[in-house]
Ligand binder design. Structure first.
Ligand code: TNX
Length: 484
């Protein structure tokens, strides 16, 4: 399994076999949607009727589980008489069902009817995550991805117990979320993408659909509006945001660091007030990300003036501020989440320390480990290499608790694997960069430190191959993995 559970024991003399007349039982109506979706998948692949009923079933989902395992924890038992998943919350049940899917044969994921037997080797599991934030980021600005594409992405990442989807919604190349009070952001600012092709954007209804779909899989959307740099699409849409009142052209190349909001302009904050209000209104999650990275054309003193003002506008909406680690150079509101994207550079590490000294928590996305847009090896046809080559082992073989000297493990809120899409214009390319590296980051976020071991992980990873084949995932068959 990936992520490796906290504790798992074999029941050597027991095998669960899903019978033709199997049922799925729920003891709480709130868990019904989880049972219904499991039933729907298994009906498709097994051809069994799999009615969902109240009370016990062949597979039972119970919310009477131990509170000690937290909101995402669960227990699972598979033996000769059935499968029971217990958790204290629906979220915990969902994570347990995710594990059950991995215990079943890969063909259980099929979209066409397959032959059994549908067996699980007897086992007991008691499981809960190491970190509460286990994210993936999708950059929908450099290349736009439709709602259906994002849903597909959500389906795949949810298999690895990812619980945050960070959407990078604005950048130089495009503005991708509707803002009613500034309609040209999407109408004009969202019209193109890298390479000059047609871009796109999410209407409020479409964005709500992404948020809903993610929530159904217990994934919280973290929207990012990148400021004060990475703002050419906004500056191009509204001349009034520019110091000289002249809008730049739309931009469809891939340089970074050339654009900036105007820090001295009142209109800048009226703009951000509207944007953060409308984005926050559409975000049930607790966090709004204000970017803050690579503001190379914002004078540093301006940057230090800007970040607290922008952060205040997020706080005003009742949301927790999240930002890339550069924001830690100035004062941060209480509870800020700082996203570390450094490699081994001392400057970035010093900013992480400065963040923690201010009481912030860290989400770790070290670019030389967790950046899913880095090439696997020198010949990888897609991706970038500014942070180095990121092999499957390189992505997996690190410890979040000790990554940054001077940062105590208690300050680590979790991990996130960002996928920037300068070189990725369709889902096949996205899948190629995400798989097989994301499961490794997901395991670092979930599994106990004692379970992390490249040699054994490699074997577990190999077993995911047949699943991805059944699911039609275009994964990179890294030669160092002994794919089954
Ligand atoms: C740096 S990392 C960026 C992005 C690029 C990415 C490409 C960070 C916070 N900003 O603007 O897309 O590199 O790898």
């Amino acid at each position: 399994m990936i992520p490796q559970p906290t504790a798992q024991q074999a029941l050597p003399d027991e095998t669960f076999t899903l019978p033709t007349d199997a049922t799925i039982g729920v003891d709480d109506p709130s868990a019904r949607p989880i049972a219904d979706r499991l039933a729907a998948q298994l009906r498709t692949s097994t051809g069994f009727a799999l009615p969902v009923q109240e009370g016990a079933g062949t597979i039972t989902l119970s919310t009477k589980g131990p509170a000690a395992l937290g909101t995402e924890g669960y227990e699972l038992r598979a033996d000769g008489s059935g499968v029971t998943i217990t958790a204290a919350t629906d979220e915990g049940l969902f994570r347990g069902v995710t594990s059950l899917r991995q215990l079943l044969p890969a063909k259980a994921e099929s979209s066409t009817q397959q032959d059994g037997p549908w067996e699980i080797a007897g086992t007991t599991i008691s499981d809960a995550p190491r970190y509460g934030y286990r994210g993936v980021m999708l950059d929908v600005t450099r290349h736009f991805f439709t709602v259906d594409q994002v849903k597909h992405f959500i389906d795949l990442v949810s298999l690895y117990k990812i619980n945050r989807l960070h959407l990078h919604l604005s950048d130089d190349q495009g503005w991708r979320i509707q803002v009613d009070s500034w309609p040209r952001l999407t109408e004009y600012g969202g019209s193109l993408q890298v390479g000059g092709g047609r871009g796109g954007s999410y209407s409020k209804a479409e964005y709500a659909e992404i948020v809903r779909y993610a929530a159904e899989r217990f994934i919280t959307v973290v929207p990012e509006i990148d400021t004060p740099g990475h703002t050419n699409a906004a500056l191009a849409s509204y001349p009034e945001l520019n110091p000289d009142g002249v809008a730049p052209k739309l931009y469809t190349e891939t340089e970074v660091g050339f654009s900036s909001l105007t820090v001295a302009l009142d209109r800048t904050y009226e703009f951000l007030d509207d944007v953060f209000r409308e984005v926050a209104e559409q975000t049930p999650g607790d966090v709004v990300h204000l970017g803050g990275d690579e503001a190379h054309s914002t004078p540093h003193s301006d940057y230090l003036t800007f970040v607290p003002k922008a952060a205040e506008l997020v706080v005003k909406q009742g949301k927790t501020v999240m930002g890339w680690h550069e924001i830690a150079d100035g004062p941060l509101p209480a509870g800020t989440v700082v996203q570390y994207w450094g490699t081994e550079d001392e400057k970035a590490q010093a900013l992480a320390v400065k963040a923690v000294e201010q009481g912030a928590t860290l989400v770790l996305s070290p670019a030389n480990r967790a950046y899913l847009d880095m090439k696997y090896h020198a010949e990888t046809p897609l991706g970038l290499d500014w942070a180095g080559l990121v092999s499957v082992e390189q992505a997996y073989d690190w410890n979040p608790a000790t990554l940054i000297p001077g940062v105590p493990s208690s300050a680590i809120r979790g991990v996130e694997a960002p996928l920037w899409t300068e070189t990725l214009d369709d889902l096949e390319k996205v899948e190629f960069m995400v798989f097989p590296r994301l499961p490794g980051i997901a395991e670092l976020g979930w599994s106990p430190e004692s379970a992390l071991d490249w040699t054994t992980y490699k074997d577990r990873l190999a077993e995911q191959g047949p699943r991805w084949e059944v699911l039609g995932v275009n994964f990179y068959r890294a030669p160092e993995i002994d794919w089954r």
